[in-house]
Design a binder for this molecule. Structure first.
Ligand SMILES: Cc1ncc(COP(=O)(O)O)c(C=O)c1O
Length: 456
């Protein structure tokens, strides 16, 4: 048997082992980082190990790796496994293409373009737009920043430096926006964090005031980043009102939908991103609410030229055939680029747009179910917006950080905590496509059993 066939058979056995472990021990033992080295044979040595020893090492690694696809994982904005997306990603791995050229990516380039075309339509953006798959929402936000800067200052790409440009996002927006300003050389201090209301939505009036103030002080506003689903509370900024302001001052409007931008798949929920059709760029992560394997981020641009003018560069050794429309490398930050499209395409094709919409709708229904439980139990305090995938609460006034840690150390479940407007709370994230009411009921039962002896 060829080596790859043997390894595929080994993969099947290990995959089986992962599924069993997820069932039997859904929360892996909490190891201190230093302990990890003692638990498995991680040292890389000069001599090879035999197949049996390698299998045992891999099993140990599996045993101690957090089980993000188990039903007890509520910790981050991803989790679970959309099986058809997983299938698509396994095929992508096996095919191992790089998405810079048609020559290397072939039909996958057309498949990726189909994702952009269909996503643009759902977002209400023109069909003449374009897109690119990127390794995550942070990277999409960086690309939006770079596009907006080239739009505001065409010389920046060739000559460097540039004008004193200011960008705007809400105080609850993702931290990547601040980082991006720093390492794009735009300066962290040139990002204005606009205050949010009690539901975590950017205040458009405060945005207007900040822009006017900057103009008065000789600054040059260039970009507003609205969020469709803030990281902690899952709040949606009022995109329509923000778009009015962007239009008035000719600012680039990026909508960061990394967390909840998938509402575009649901006719019932897409009103939450009302005004999205006015965005200049928009991104969503299929590895969050849709349960595709990481990473699976779609970045869309209203104008195809913006991607090209910001990221194109000549590479005679690479772009040799088929013209710009079929060589996505000319609109990408990367050179070699993993095929992240096939997993989303496989999922989308197998479920249809309506099926993807249903996944999103069911996550929202489940989060309402959890919120309903909290509201009807006097030992709980609820925080954050009323209709959101982030269910933020405290139990019996107990320290949320200590309670989360206890649940983890006792291998009960994994959940994290966050803060909003001075309150710290447990953040139950409902994104796992395999969760049902049973897992939510189980979550509360486990939490109540594990409760601490003391209150804060
Ligand atoms: C609103 C928002 N934007 C961007 C990101 C970053 O996405 P990624 O982790 O894919 O880089 C996140 C991640 O949670 C997010 O919540």
């Amino acid at each position: 048997m060829s080596e790859i066939k043997k390894d595929l058979a080994l993969f099947s056995r290990l995959a089986e082992y992962i599924l069993e472990t997820e069932e039997k021990k859904p929360v892996a033992e909490r190891l201190q980082p230093e302990e990890a080295f003692q638990k498995a044979n991680l040292t890389l040595e000069n001599n090879p190990v035999n197949e049996e020893a390698l299998t045992e090492d891999l099993k140990e690694i599996i045993k101690y790796t957090p089980k993000t696809s188990s039903k007890k994982f509520f910790n981050q904005l991803f989790g679970g496994r959309s099986s058809k997306a997983f299938l698509g990603d396994l095929l992508a791995l096996m095919l191992n293409n790089s998405m810079y050229t048609y020559k290397a990516g072939g039909i996958l380039v057309a498949l990726e373009n189909e994702i952009f075309k269909s996503s643009l339509k759902l977002a209400g953006l023109p069909q003449s737009g374009d897109g690119i798959m990127v390794p995550g929402g942070s990277m999409a936000n960086l690309m939006a920043l770079l596009i907006a800067r080239v739009r505001a200052d065409a010389d920046i790409k060739n000559k460097g430096r540039g004008k004193s440009l200011t960008a705007y996002t809400s105080e609850d927006a993702h931290y990547s926006n601040l980082k991006n300003m720093g390492f794009a050389g735009a300066g962290e201090e040139n990002l204005r964090k606009i205050k949010t209301d009690d539901d975590g939505r950017m205040d458009p009036q405060a945005l207007q005031v900040a822009i006017r103030e900057d103009i008065k002080n000789g600054k040059r506003p260039f970009l507003v980043i609205a969020t469709a689903g803030t990281t902690v509370c899952g709040a949606f900024d009022p995109i329509d009102e923000i778009a009015d302001i962007c239009e008035k001052h000719t600012l680039h409007l990026h909508v960061d939908g990394a967390y909840c931008g998938c509402v575009i798949f649901s006719e019932q929920l897409n009103h939450m991103a009302k005004g999205l059709h006015r965005a200049d760029t928009f991104c969503y992560n299929a590895h969050k609410v849709l349960g595709a394997p990481q990473n699976c981020s779609v970045m869309l641009s209203r104008n195809p030229e913006w991607l090209r003018s910001s990221f194109n560069s000549t590479a005679d050794y690479l772009f040799q055939t088929d013209g710009d429309d079929f060589n996505p490398g000319i609109k990408s930050m990367q050179c070699g680029r993993r095929n992240d499209a096939l997993k989303l395409w496989t999922l989308w094709k197998s479920k249809g747009t309506s099926g993807l919409g249903k996944i999103v709708e069911e996550r929202y229904e489940l989060s309402d179910y959890a919120r309903h439980y909290i509201k009807n139990h006097k030992d709980y305090t609820l925080y954050g917006p009323d209709h959101s995938l982030s269910v933020c609460f405290n139990y019996k006034n107990q320290d949320p950080a200590a309670l989360c840690e206890k649940l983890y150390v006792e291998e009960q479940l994994m959940v994290g905590h966050g803060s909003f407007k001075g309150d710290r709370f447990i953040r139950l994230v409902i994104v796992n496509p395999n969760h049902t009411k049973n897992e939510i009921d189980g979550f509360f039962q486990t939490l109540e059993k594990c409760s601490l002896d003391t209150s804060i």
